[in-house]
Write a protein that binds this ligand. Structure first.
Ligand code: SAH
Length: 462
């Protein structure tokens, strides 16, 4: 971050603007919304500026400023749209120890003004460090459309009601009340009286309401791309008190959790150090028993190789309620990455999800079945077992040229794809040196490669 966004207190502050033309006008329209006193210096000024001065909204000085005019100001805007004059203003500001902004000159400005979505007291600042004003405008337009024009009113009336709402115990019950106000009643509120009445009714309702019990949502987080979260998963993250997550959950997804949520990493790694399952079960139950809305976030789909049943059993044993939010499993993301179907008429009417973790327990008939032509299987956690898998398949009659595709980091920016025939799979996989989560698709090659079958196809999507 080259620029750090902050909100400056304007109470009792003075801002100086030098300039009287269009750039000055545009900035003044924003600055007039603040509580600060405004001093405008310009030999000539647009009629609007004169009007504002006459109405006491700012002080207009029809001259060039001295350095002493800047002393004690909070900010200075150089808005003469003349490089030399603006540079001079910035120098004077610096000499007076005040931060200066030169309009439309990022490089020489000590601060920049963001694009603002104004629902005072709710304000949203959007900055791109000058990289893409188009983007800032698009984001602003999008937010303007999405946020009710009455949001500011709701927030203002809500703010004055905070002391009354303290009658509810701090934490979830108070939060539920506010969330009911802003998102339940909010959209139907027309004016200040309506907002006040809604607050009183809601407070009464929430004071009488029974306290909500803790609950556990087992949520599938998908393969890593945050856009592959379901709306239900997002909602669960939005309202969670506690999020308990695994190693495979990407930071982008964790970012979406409610800011106040307690985040607990139980980093289960296939072969490395991990929190013992018993401890995880106990942790989930403990938080739910304290009344928390717990999100147990699991990569992909929570029901696929996720030891879900043990956690559900622990909840049941403790009398904690739970539900499952399905997610997109790695197999779905992986076939999507290579443009293939998991099942296909006249090729495979069934598909198997296998784990490479405990394949040693497979019986011979399982391997015979898997070794047949046109069989498709998604092998999770299979990287380390690749030699064993290859050996068993060949031993049970699989064709050496059976296609296998390994997808690493499916759906993420660093996704890579390796397509190899079964006979050279272990060597090709070792050469590719995948170190992220990888899924092996037995019996499938990327659609584009299925004709040519090159032995190694690596693809960087980033
Ligand atoms: N519940 C998860 C699977 C957990 S087991 C799901 O439904 O996807 C962990 C294994 O899943 C990893 O070893 C890897 O084989 C696979 N996996 C998870 N995310 C992946 C991704 N983004 N790309 C490729 N494989 C992934």
């Amino acid at each position: 971050m080259k620029h750090f966004p902050v909100y400056l207190s304007m109470t009792g502050q003075r801002i100086v603007l030098v300039g009287g033309g269009d750039a000055a006008l545009a900035k003044l329209r924003l600055l007039l919304k603040t509580e600060a006193t405004l001093d405008v210096f310009s030999v000539e000024a647009a009629p609007e500026i004169h009007d504002w001065a006459e109405n006491g909204k700012l002080r207009l000085h029809l001259r060039t400023p001295e350095t002493s005019d800047f002393r004690g100001a909070l900010l200075v805007y150089a808005a003469e749209e003349d490089d030399a004059k603006d540079a001079h203003t910035a120098q004077q500001a610096q000499a007076a120890g005040v931060l200066a902004n030169i309009v439309d000159n990022l490089a020489d400005s000590a601060f920049i003004t963001p694009a603002i979505v104004d629902r005072d007291p709710v304000t949203i600042a959007i900055g791109t460090e000058g990289a893409a004003p188009v983007l800032a405008r698009a984001i602003k337009a999008d937010l303007e459309e999405r946020l009710s024009p009455r949001l500011g009113l709701l927030a203002r009336v809500g703010k004055a009601f905070r002391a009354a709402a303290d009658a509810l115990p701090m934490g979830r019950r108070r939060r539920d009340f506010w969330s009911d106000y802003y998102f339940g009643a909010g959209p139907r509120i027309a004016d200040e009286n309506g907002a006040q009445a809604a607050l009183e009714t809601l407070l009464d309702k929430h004071l009488k309401a029974d306290t909500r019990d803790g609950h556990v949502a087992f949520v599938g987080a998908g393969p890593g791309d945050p856009e592959l979260l379901t709306l239900k998963a997002r909602k669960a993250l939005d309202t969670a008190d506690v999020v308990i997550y695994d190693r495979l959950i990407t930071p982008e997804i964790l970012e979406l959790a409610r800011r106040e949520a307690t985040m607990i990493d139980v980093g289960k790694e296939a072969y490395g150090p991990s929190t013992p399952q018993g401890d995880i079960n106990a942790l989930i139950v403990e938080h739910a028993r304290q009344g928390a809305q717990v999100v147990r976030l699991k990569s992909g789909d929570a029901t696929v190789f996720g030891r879900l049943d043990e956690e559900i059993d622990a909840c049941d044993a403790a009398g904690v309620t739970w539900h499952i939010v399905p997610g997109i499993t790695a197999a779905s993301a992986s076939v999507a990455a290579i443009g293939q179907s998991l099942t296909k008429r006249d090729r495979n009417g069934a598909v198997r999800f296998l784990t490479g973790h405990d394949m040693k327990g497979f019986a011979d008939h399982d391997w015979r079945q898997l070794a047949r032509r046109n069989e498709v299987a998604a092998i999770y956690m299979g990287k380390r077992a690749v030699r064993f898998i290859q050996g068993r398949l060949l031993m049970h009659g699989a064709a050496p040229d059976t296609p296998v595709t390994v997808i690493e980091n499916a759906s993420r920016a660093n996704q890579r794809v390796l397509n190899a025939p079964l006979h050279s799979l272990p060597a090709d996989l070792a050469a590719a040196a995948f170190d992220g989560p990888a899924l092996m698709l037995l019996g499938l090659s990327p659609r584009a490669a299925s004709a040519a079958l090159p032995s190694l196809l690596e693809q960087e999507l980033a």
